[in-house]
Every structure is written in structure tokens, then in C-alpha cells.
Design a protein around this ligand. Structure first.
Ligand SMILES: Cc1cc2nc3c(=O)[nH]c(=O)nc-3n(C[C@H](O)[C@H](O)[C@H](O)COP(=O)(O)O)c2cc1C
Length: 392
């Protein structure tokens, strides 16, 4: 193994990255009216200039109806020139660009899209105060095809990679999880049936991505609560994704409507989250119940490592480790343990040039750790920003 694996180039399918670092998809909130803004371009350009191998534009919906936020983009031909500006800016700074494609399912907001949310089953989602409609066969087919259309549009916009969001309790994850998927037809029940939607999306996405665009999938190691998808299923899902032709997997965990802090660890920014809500009902509900509903999980560096290693043993395809990386020492440990790439969100939100900082100084530790982490950056995504608000 080379001495400094982080700074050696690596491949994901057809794509060659200048080093092993990826800016993890972390919602920027910079697409007012669903259109990528100049702030989004500047933000990703700054991460590219900061030395990253590849930066990922977060949480772009494959349909208008799948949006959770008003300032979230959905893929359509009109916005391709805006994304092209972003990919050009990233490429000029030597990095590759990826785009995360997803669908909110029961987290989609009717006030944003003007239509009722859809999900595998009609089960009330307390977090969004939504009662979704159970998807018909036609809905399933339409949304799976929307992934394919979005992949083609992403390639036209100059993205080198797409990342299918199959984790965190969004639509694909809602199909995988026995908690949200109560269907009794071929899309629910057995493990095989619960993975059918994922396999259908993958077949469309793989065909659409062709040989030029790398296809990554962000998937859950586990949902993180009793009744959700457990770690054995998480490993089987990774095997399925390998068979379906994914070029790499990003391993995460948690379920936004049940265990929102599971994927992040650290402190819950209750006050900040309450202040940034615009819906008075949700604001009131959060003020009354957020301390009961949202629990903290203790933060340790590389908190998913133990679970992710189980997947490492089970599959051969490139794996991207994400979760709790804030120092060169821990990054090296993760890469030495057999992961091909590492992804980070908060260390890069705190310091977009974190990669250059650790290249210059092995002992540099992310400013993000100075506060716990406090996770206040999560609240900034509601406000059209993506920044660390910790003031020391
Ligand atoms: C502000 C913020 C927004 C996020 N938005 C997304 C998102 O849109 N899609 C996603 O897959 N993960 C999202 N995440 C999770 C991160 O991609 C990552 O998995 C998690 O923060 C753990 O990595 P870290 O310890 O390097 O921050 C978000 C995280 C943060 C802090």
C-alpha cells in the first residue's frame, strides 16, 4: 500500500479521481425555486479549490413531487445550463463532480410540490406531518424511470458521477425498511420484495449512465431502530448493489423520520431547528416535542467503522466510508482498513479547504470538533446556506 493513500489517485468505474477524498452529499439549500444558484456554484468551486477529489451536489429530486424543500432542485432540462456552470467550475479546479439523486417519499412536502406525498405505504410520518398515499404500480414505474431521465440529464450537465440516494429513510430506503414498507404485493413483505424497487431503479440508472458516468449508491448499514432495516439486511443490500452494477457504495445509516441524528452523532441543535421552521404548526410541534422525539447519539470519530467493516468483508466493489472523519490520522486508519475512498460533510462545511489543510499539516484537526459537534450546520440548510455557525 502506498504510504499516503489519501493523496494517491483512485478509480470509481470509468472515473479517475486525483485523490481519495469526496465531499459527501450534504444539502446546501442553495436552489431557490428549485434552480441552482451562483452560491451553489461558488460553494462547490471552493471545495474543489480546497483539494477535494470529488464534490457531490446534494439531494436533487428526480421529480418535482419528491421534493422536501422549496429550495431543493429537481431534475429537468431547464436547469441543466446552471449545473453545467457548476461542473465547469469544479473541473477547472481539478476535482470531479457528482450529483446525488433522490426522492423524499413520505418526507416530500405538499406545500412545495402542490401534491400529496407518495410512499410505499400510507403510514403517517410524524416528522413531516404527512399522510402519504401508497404508490400504485404506475407511480413505481414512473418514479423508477425518472431516475433514468435524471441520470441522463446529469451526464448532459457534465457530472462525472451520480449517486443514487438509497439510505436515510427517503423513498428507496422506505421500500427497504419493514417499518415504512407494509405492502403485501410484490414490492413489500419478503426481503426480495422490499429490494425490488431498488433493483428496478438500479436497472434503469445503470442503463442510463452507460459507460461514461460513474454510478454510486448511498445506502444504509442499518436504519438504527427496532423494526427498521437491520445490519444483516444492510449487508445483503450491499451485495445486491454490487450485482446490479454499482461502481461504488457510500455506507451510511439512520432514518430521518425516526432517528435523524443517527447518521450524524453529536448534539441535536433543537433551538436552531425550531427557529428555522416556517410552518407554524411544525414550529409549535417541534418546540413542544423535539426534545422527546429527537435523541442524541454520542459522537466518536469514524463512528460507522465497525459496521462498515462488515460490508467491506462481504463485497469487493469500491467502498466509500463516511461518518465522523475530522483528522488525517483517522482518515489514514479508515483507508488502511480497506476502504477505497473517504467522504466528509461537516469537516468540509467548517473548512472547505480541509483537504489542503491536512495535506500541509498532518496534525490539523477539523474545527467542527471544537463544538461537539453541535450540528447547527443542519439548521443552516433551511436558510439557503451551508456553513458552520459555531463561534467558539
Ligand atoms: C447540513 C447537512 C446536510 C446533509 N444533507 C445530506 C443530504 O442531502 N444527503 C445525504 O445523503 N446526506 C446528507 N447529510 C449527511 C452527510 O452526507 C454525512 O453522511 C454525515 O454528515 C456524516 O459525515 P460527517 O461526519 O463527515 O459529517 C447531511 C449532513 C449535514 C451535516
Amino acid at each position: 500500500m502506498p504510504k499516503d493513500k489519501l493523496f494517491t489517485p483512485g478509480s470509481i468505474g470509468p472515473l479517475r479521481l486525483r485523490n481519495r477524498s469526496i465531499r459527501s452529499a450534504a444539502f446546501e439549500g442553495m436552489c431557490p425555486g428549485g434552480v441552482p444558484s451562483d452560491s451553489l456554484v461558488r460553494y462547490h468551486a471552493s471545495v474543489a479549490a480546497g483539494g477535494i477529489g470529488m464534490t457531490t451536489v446534494a439531494y436533487v429530486s428526480v421529480t418535482d413531487g419528491g421534493r422536501t424543500f422549496r429550495h431543493q432542485a429537481w431534475m429537468r432540462p431547464e436547469i441543466i445550463p446552471f449545473f453545467k456552470k457548476l461542473t465547469d467550475a469544479v473541473h477547472r479546479r481539478g476535482a470531479a463532480a457528482s450529483i446525488q439523486l433522490g426522492h423524499g417519499g413520505n418526507m416530500a412536502d405538499r406545500k412545495v410540490s402542490g401534491r400529496r406525498a407518495v410512499a410505499p405505504s400510507a403510514r403517517f410520518n410524524l416528522y413531516g406531518l404527512t399522510l402519504p398515499r401508497a404508490m400504485s404500480e404506475a407511480d413505481i414505474e414512473d418514479i423508477a424511470r425518472a431516475y433514468a431521465d435524471s441520470v441522463k440529464l446529469a451526464a448532459r450537465a457534465g457530472f462525472d458521477a451520480v449517486e443514487i440516494h438509497a439510505g436515510h429513510g427517503y423513498l428507496i430506503s422506505q421500500f427497504l425498511s419493514p417499518y415504512t414498507n407494509r405492502r403485501r404485493d410484490r414490492w413489500g413483505g419478503s426481503f426480495e420484495n422490499r429490494t425490488r424497487f431498488l433493483r428496478t431503479v438500479m436497472a434503469y440508472a445503470r442503463k442510463a449512465s452507460g459507460k461514461q458516468t460513474a454510478l454510486l449508491v448511498k445506502t444504509n448499514l442499518e436504519d438504527g431502530f427496532p423494526g427498521g432495516m437491520g445490519s444483516e439486511d444492510g449487508i445483503e443490500v450491499a451485495r445486491i448493489l454490487q450485482n446490479e452494477g454499482a461502481d461504488a457504495l457510500v455506507l451510511s445509516g439512520g432514518f430521518v423520520s425516526k432517528t435523524p441524528l443517527y447518521m450524524l452523532r453529536g448534539l441535536t441543535p433543537h433551538q436552531e431547528l425550531i427557529s428555522c421552521q416556517t410552518d407554524p404548526l411544525i414550529k409549535l410541534g417541534m418546540a413542544a416535542f423535539s426534545r422527546i422525539m429527537i435523541r442524541d447519539y454520542p459522537y466518536t470519530e469514524a463512528y460507522f467503522l465497525e459496521e462498515a467493516l462488515k460490508v467491506r468483508k462481504a463485497v469487493a466493489l469500491p467502498l466509500v466510508y463516511v461518518g465522523g472523519l475530522a483528522s488525517k490520522k483517522k482518515i489514514d486508519e479508515v483507508l488502511d482498513a480497506g476502504f477505497d475512498f473517504i467522504a466528509m460533510a461537516r469537516s468540509l462545511i467548517a473548512e472547505p479547504d480541509f483537504i489542503n489543510l491536512i495535506r500541509k499539516n498532518d496534525n490539523h484537526v477539523s474545527q467542527c470538533l471544537a463544538c461537539g459537534p453541535c450540528n447547527s450546520c443542519v439548521a443552516t440548510m433551511y436558510m439557503g446556506e451551508c456553513r458552520c455557525t459555531f463561534e467558539g
